[in-house]
Design a protein around this ligand. Structure first.
Ligand SMILES: Cc1cc2nc3c(=O)[nH]c(=O)nc-3n(C[C@H](O)[C@H](O)[C@H](O)COP(=O)(O)OP(=O)(O)OC[C@H]3O[C@@H](n4cnc5c(N)ncnc54)[C@H](O)[C@@H]3O)c2cc1C
Length: 314
């Protein structure tokens, strides 16, 4: 049971792999964690059908099932799980290292330690069928889903570093990779541009935008329009990888924690410590590079261990 007048040791924001892993470790260390689920219970993995690269599941596992298992495991060690979203935070260190998180209606909880695991959100194109085909051909992660398209044709949308990395990765697995770039140039680094230009099965369409996602029950193709010569063409593909960026869920922490220029929480190298004592960050919210379930779980574990050490030294 939650006692709102008690000062807690560990409050966790987020119910993705990072949040639940932090909860399992914190609970087993007797920190009596409280975990706020937020608006997406289970996090990003609940929007995918099959997770094939999480160790321990030799036949793969459904994203919802994996996160339900994580929840049950956290509950087994008496984590208090609250189905609410945090709307404000007070990380001022004036009150002897006591921080506050607020729910709607100014209801709040005080804690010596906070683990932020609010994740990130991939940017959508905003097109018809894009969400319907998520996990049915549409993907945000070549490392996660590329294997399902072995020796098939796929397209990548975007012209930045991520898009070129994804296209390069997919070129080794797939038959053809169509790289669809809105502008007539890449935003990616010169090194990546050089690498991509040397790959034979990557076909680049500059000045092109996607106008239609095709298919009935799953993705079958896309229509793209060349804004320079005004020609439309249909490309038959089994996979569409959208690589136009991610937004870390850090609006709440602006001017309260050090964030990088893209909004990711900055943590000390090799740890999950933020610039505020007692506040730790784990998972995608502090990771613009790897953004995987396993790396999120790994840093969730680190955050709980970092917090435990911090509380011992307080
Ligand atoms: C479609 C798709 C498929 C994917 N497939 C794979 C895969 O096969 N393998 C793989 O390794 N990775 C995959 N990923 C990436 C993986 O899902 C993420 O790297 C991982 O989920 C990040 O975990 P996280 O715990 O950091 O945050 P998230 O999973 O993003 O969860 C964030 C959590 O924070 C909560 N939250 C946000 N704001 C608040 C707030 N204010 N108060 C309280 N809670 C809040 C949300 O409700 C959510 O529960 C996929 C991603 C997507 C989108």
């Amino acid at each position: 049971m939650l006692n709102k007048n008690k000062i807690m040791d560990c409050v966790i924001l987020g119910s993705g792999p990072a949040g639940y892993t932090a909860a399992i470790y914190a609970a087993r260390a007797d920190l009596h964690p409280i975990l706020f689920v937020g608006m997406q219970p289970g996090g990003q993995l609940t929007s995918t059908t099959k997770v094939d690269n999480y160790p321990g599941f030799s036949a793969g596992i459904n994203g919802n099932e994996l996160m339900e298992n994580c929840k049950k495991q956290a509950e087994r060690f008496n984590t208090i799980i609250i189905h609410k979203t945090i709307t404000n935070v007070d990380f001022s260190d004036k009150k002897g290292g006591i921080h506050r998180v607020y729910m709607k209606n100014e209801e709040n909880i005080e804690s010596k330690g906070i683990i932020i695991a609010t994740g990130s959100s991939p940017k959508f194109l905003g097109m018809d069928k894009e969400k319907k085909f998520l996990g049915l051909g549409v993907s945000f992660c070549a490392t996660c889903d590329g294997f399902f398209h072995k020796e098939k044709d796929v397209a990548v949308i975007g012209g930045g570093d991520t898009a070129l990395e994804e296209a390069s990765y997919l070129s080794k697995i797939c038959r053809n990779v169509y790289l669809v770039v809105r502008k007539n140039y890449f935003r990616a680094s010169k090194a990546l541009q050089d690498r991509i230009s040397k790959i034979n099965n990557v076909n680049i369409f500059f000045c092109s935008q996607i106008t239609k996602i095709m298919g009935n029950d799953f993705l079958e193709g896309i229509q793209i329009f060349n804004t320079r010569n005004k020609i439309s063409r249909t490309i038959l593909i089994s996979g569409l990888f959208i690589a136009i960026g991610h937004s870390p869920n850090t609006k709440l922490f602006k001017n309260k924690l050090n964030l990088d220029e893209r909004g990711y929480i900055i943590v000390e190298k090799g740890s999950t410590r933020t610039n505020k004592p007692g506040i730790f960050a784990a998972g995608d919210v502090q990771d613009p590079t790897y953004r995987q379930a396993i790396t999120s779980a790994g840093t969730g574990c680190m955050a709980a261990l970092d917090l435990e050490k911090y509380l011992c030294l307080c």
